[in-house]
Design a protein around this ligand. Structure first.
Ligand SMILES: [Zn+2]
Length: 108
């Protein structure tokens, strides 16, 4: 893996790219990552993907809960769906905040 020293773009491959796809910097601006850095980035990619999956799942929970609230069958249903809606928003926002801390620490 190679990292663009100008913009932080990560390139996977044996050689640095001729040009950075993000900022256009030339190959000499790319720095080869150590095995340790590569392992950290690989773990980060998977973990961030899981956080994104979690966010998508919570979006589904929000839609389910909104429909349940709209149908309004019984007071117990409303309590359940409102709780689900609230918790899904919280989990989604926690996952987003966690991803933001990863990016700030170079784990993206
Ligand atoms: Zn770049």
């Amino acid at each position: 893996m190679w990292k663009c020293s100008v913009c932080g773009y990560i390139h996977s491959g044996a050689e640095a790219p001729e040009k950075c796809p993000k900022c256009g910097a030339t190959a000499d601006k790319f720095v080869k990552l150590t095995e340790e850095q590569e392992a950290l980035i690989t773990k980060s990619i998977r973990t961030n993907d899981l956080h994104m999956e979690l966010c998508q799942l919570m979006e589904s929970v929000v839609m389910i809960a909104e429909e349940g609230i709209e149908i309004n069958l019984d007071p117990g249903c409303i309590v359940t769906f409102k709780k689900a809606l609230q918790e899904a928003e919280i989990i989604k926002n926690i996952a987003k905040a966690e991803m933001a801390t990863h990016v700030a620490k170079g784990k993206w």
